[in-house]
Write a protein that binds this ligand. Structure first.
Ligand SMILES: O=C(O)[C@@H](CO)OP(=O)(O)O
Ligand SMILES: [Mg+2]
Length: 431
């Protein structure tokens, strides 16, 4: 048992230069943990509430400072003296203290900061690396890194309507070898785009973000780059897409603004089917808007036996929304973001529920990140087999990929790379 002695929060900056929360927690045995909270841009409406008072970008403004105050003035006095390693009791105490269904009083950024800091302090007290502290002896599978190499949507001034084009280098014997392939493809893509006379400026997650008129063009350039880098699309490297379609959906007209026109859901369903037929797409996230449950059901009924349909804005790492999707067969994969639900134990509950229902889980960063690497350890601890954490560029993304390299080396011969087994379609494409 490590008793919490002090809890202190302050404001720091995230990777977009916006303020966020850092919490430092000390225990009586000399351990210390830090919790750094990320922040999204294409946030789901049902996400837990981030305390910013409506303004994400004001450093020193009231928003994040209120979350900092909530930690220092309200949470700290309530949890000092508690056992830091009793994660569930600690998280529940904060949830009760907040008393709202969406952490709307204290703020999910305040609660998650403390939850993470306690997790790290407890791992240090137990003298275990974080993945082992969370996962015990069974956390040993290195995830496929889904690397977002072309950015659009809310992360890149809508260079394309689709927000993320990721490569999934599954056809390799180890995580480090897969990462190397991803990096080589990323660098090759830069030349491919340059040759085509396109801009190579970067979006929020480090992917290239040239302005394109057609969402399919990105896939063509990526396929070219995979081959030019010397790899086989489909056999070694697949493609994962996050359409983030809530961002181009109009709730009044119920239309999706795609490739320059307003389209109905039936049109979008055909677009996705055609793309899946023509490209080695193994994962499709948020193809339909966050409340468009019916069309989620339609796409899963049509192609769910082939590939995964990942709910991000749809599920917001919330066990209640996940249960609804399980009941309605409205997705078959969970995107896991700690700050969407706002505590460590609720995140673990969501992964557990997904696994029980036969859903896959993809652990994810946010577009506004910090140097925190919890998601790398979490993916290994829970053997989720999949992670997405941006392009292999920009320090805050690289930190997670590098952390996985450390873990791979630490595990040594017991490390297993998820490889094609991470995706049903990757296995089929390999045959
Ligand atoms: O939509 C997403 O999946 C995420 C991360 O890539 O973006 P954001 O953090 O802006 O919600
Ligand atoms: Mg998403």
């Amino acid at each position: 048992m490590a008793v919490i002695e002090s809890v202190y929060a302050r404001q720091i900056l995230d990777s977009r230069g916006n303020p966020t929360v850092k919490v430092v927690l000390d225990t009586d045995d000399g351990a210390q943990g830090e919790g750094l909270v990320p922040s999204g841009a294409s946030t789901g409406e049902a996400e837990a509430w981030e305390r910013r008072d409506g303004d994400k970008s004001v450093y020193g403004g009231k928003g994040v400072l209120d979350a900092v105050k909530a930690v220092n003035d309200v949470i700290a006095p309530a949890i000092i003296g508690m056992d830091a390693s009793d994660q569930r009791a600690l998280d529940q105490t904060m949830i009760d203290l907040d008393g709202t269904p969406n952490k709307g009083k204290l703020g999910a950024n305040a609660i998650l900061g403390v939850s993470l800091a306690a997790l790290y302090a407890s791992a240090e007290s137990a003298d275990e690396p974080l993945y082992r502290y969370i996962g015990g002896t069974n956390g040993h599978v290195l995830p496929v890194p889904n690397m977002n190499i072309m950015n659009g949507g809310a992360h890149a001034d809508f260079a394309t309507d689709i927000q993320e084009y990721m490569i999934s280098p599954y056809g390799f014997e180890s995580y480090s070898r897969a990462l190397q392939a991803g990096v080589e493809i990323y660098h090759t893509l830069k030349s491919t785009l340059k040759k085509a006379g396109l801009e190579t400026g970067l979006g929020d997650e480090g992917g290239f973000a040239p302005k394109l008129n057609n969402n399919e063009d990105s896939l063509k350039y990526i396929m070219q780059a995979i081959s030019d880098a010397g790899y086989e699309p489909g056999k070694q490297v697949g493609i994962a897409i996050d359409a983030a379609s809530s961002e181009f959906y109009n709730k009044e007209t119920k239309k999706y603004h795609f490739d320059g026109e307003d389209r109905d859901a039936a049109y979008m369903l055909d677009v996705y089917s055609k793309l899946v037929e023509e490209y080695p797409i193994v994962s499709l996230e948020d193809p339909f808007a966050e409340e468009d449950w019916e069309n989620w059901q339609n796409i899963v009924a049509r192609m769910g036996d082939q590939l995964q349909f990942v709910g991000d804005d749809l599920l917001v790492t919330n066990p209640k929304r996940l249960q609804k999707a399980i009941d309605l067969k409205a997705a078959n994969s969970l995107l896991v973001k700690l700050n969407q639900i706002g505590s460590v134990s609720e995140t673990l509950d969501a992964i557990e529920l997904a696994t029980r229902a036969g859903f896959t889980s993809m652990v994810s960063h946010r577009s506004g990140e910090t140097s925190d690497t919890t998601i790398a350890d979490l993916a290994v601890a829970k053997n989720t087999r999949q992670i997405k954490t941006g392009a292999p560029a920009r320090g805050e993304r690289i930190a997670k990929y590098n952390r996985l390299l450390d873990i791979e080396e630490e595990l040594g011969s017991t490390a297993v790379y998820a490889g094609p087994s991470a995706f049903k379609r990757a296995l089929a494409l390999q045959k």
